[in-house]
Ligand binder design. Structure first.
Ligand code: TRP
Length: 479
């Protein structure tokens, strides 16, 4: 058997792991849930969740990978015993990677389509309503959805075939810095559109005595898992390509810090422009695909800004998708001894097939089978059902598994050595263990009960969601 592949440098690992973390979750989802939850207080609670739950679990994953030098399933086995039930968390992670990437690739495909549309000048001269309506067309057209999803999957597969150093690390080293530059350029541009910037700063960092309710707190916690790429072993896989003497503690903080910084910067791009154009920050998922092109097209050089903005989203999506495919492929490489190209292509094809129903979830293709048809059983179309399953069930349960495993099951020696070897911040060990053993599991259980709707049964509705605004129905502010 050949030597296990390793990252070329510590910076390479940081960029790859941060590239996994920084994704559509940061640039698309975080701003719109921040908008929907009223800003400042939500952001503060999100930061606490990242620090108290997210980063401890992120460190646990990286330590597990580094210590065992194995992908998630065998990693759980190595630190427990053969046929250990703990390995279920590894398998669940592989399954979660298949499902998550299958719908992530659809949204990623939209970002590619928007790049091309913007370059071609599709939005130039369109009325605001037409730009907004264009998203409806993109989301529902079967050919656009299938074609671009397929294109995106081919790119992702290509990078993963390239391997740890020559594919993932190289791509991340180019895409993540490029993403950072674009974001800073957009933020500088956004800072100078009217008084939008001041209002955005106040919205994101100021407290307005708004009613943030427990539902928003739980959303912040759930999002901290998604945005840090934890709960399915992606960070175990990436950690397994570290050398034993690499410092996981400092790098873990850097990764968490970069992810948070980029999420906040994304808000400082989206909100000034949103406010300056007179849009509502609480308008939901359309914030990125509808408001942004409308608002950016109004700037001088609008076509260029719009293009660059969707390139940013596309880069963010690609570095995250790579890590998802790597989780799936590394299982077949490590456990079944498949070659890397066979594993990457095999998993990639399976995921692409699984993505077809997601790609057809918004229109009436196949007689609306994956839209209304699925919804008549699950209450949501295929795409939203898959997202719900991953974000609210698989990732929290996976996070709980990893926290319990590293907190309670492994030996003190294995855990301490994995954490402290090569680490400059060794004395954080006791604090980390405390968060891992008690705080993280408790938090996950709460998210989980909420996802199952059990908190609704126990707590008063007004505590979880606040008193509904009088015009809630009319505004369609659900979700
Ligand atoms: N973190 C990515 C985002 O914010 C999504 C993602 C990539 C992910 N890999 C993951 C989420 C692994 C959970 C697990 O968009």
């Amino acid at each position: 058997m050949s030597e296990r592949a390793h990252w070329g440098s510590r910076l390479g690992f940081i960029l790859a792991a941060a590239g996994s973390a920084v994704g559509l979750g940061n640039v698309w989802k975080f701003p719109y849930i921040t908008g929907a939850n009223g800003g400042g207080l939500f952001v503060l609670i999100y930061l606490v969740c990242i620090a108290a739950v997210g980063i401890p679990i992120l460190l646990a994953e990286v330590v597990l990978g580094k210590t065992t030098q194995q992908s998630p399933v065998p990693a759980f086995r190595d630190l427990s015993r053969p046929a250990s039930p703990w390995m279920s968390f590894g398998w669940m992670g592989v399954a979660a990677a298949f499902i998550l990437l299958s719908y992530y690739a659809v949204v990623a495909g939209w970002t590619m389509h928007y790049v091309v549309a913007a370059i071609r000048g599709t939005f130039a001269g369109m009325s605001n309503d037409d730009v907004a309506g264009y998203f409806g067309h993109v989301a529902t057209d079967p050919a656009i959805n299938l074609g671009w999803m397929l294109g995106f999957m081919v790119l992702t597969i290509g990078v993963v075939i390239g391997g740890v150093k020559g594919g993932i690390e190289l791509a991340s080293k180019i895409l993540l810095p490029a993403l950072g530059l674009i974001l800073v350029a957009l933020a500088i541009r956004a800072a100078t559109v009217g008084d939008g910037f001041d209002r955005a700063i106040d919205f994101v960092f100021g407290f307005h005595g708004d009613q943030l309710h427990a539902g928003g707190v739980l959303e912040a916690l759930g999002h901290s898992f998604f945005t840090l790429s934890i709960g399915m072993g992606a960070m175990v896989a990436y950690g397994s390509y570290l050398q034993r003497h690499d410092d996981v503690v400092l790098t873990g903080f850097i990764i968490g810090g970069l992810d948070t910084l980029i999420a906040l910067l994304a808000c400082l791009v989206l909100f000034p422009i949103t406010f300056a154009s007179g849009f509502d920050p609480a308008q939901g998922p359309g914030l990125v695909f509808q408001n942004m092109p409308i608002a950016l097209m109004q700037l001088p050089g609008g076509t260029a800004w719009t293009t660059v903005f969707f390139v940013l989203l596309f880069f963010a999506a690609l570095t995250s998708a790579i890590s998802l495919l790597e989780v799936a492929a590394s299982y077949f490489i490590d456990e079944l001894r498949w070659s890397r190209p066979v594993a990457a292509i095999g998993c990639g094809i399976a995921i692409t097939l699984l993505a077809v129903p997601s790609a057809l979830s918004n229109g009436d293709a196949v007689g609306g089978l994956f839209n209304g048809g699925v919804a008549s059983v699950t209450g949501a179309n295929w795409f939203d059902t898959a997202d719900w399953l991953v974000s609210n069930i698989l990732l929290p349960v996976g996070g709980l598994g990893i926290a319990m495993f590293m907190g309670w099951r492994v030996t003190e020696q294995a855990r301490y050595e994995g954490f402290a070897e090569g680490a400059s911040l060794k004395n954080l060990y006791v604090g980390w263990l405390l968060l891992l053993r008690w705080i993280a599991p408790a938090a996950v259980v709460v998210v989980f009960l909420n996802a199952l709707g059990l908190l609704d049964a126990i707590l008063p509705e007004s505590f979880l969601h606040g008193a509904p605004p009088a015009d809630a129905e009319a505004a369609g502010t659900e979700g």
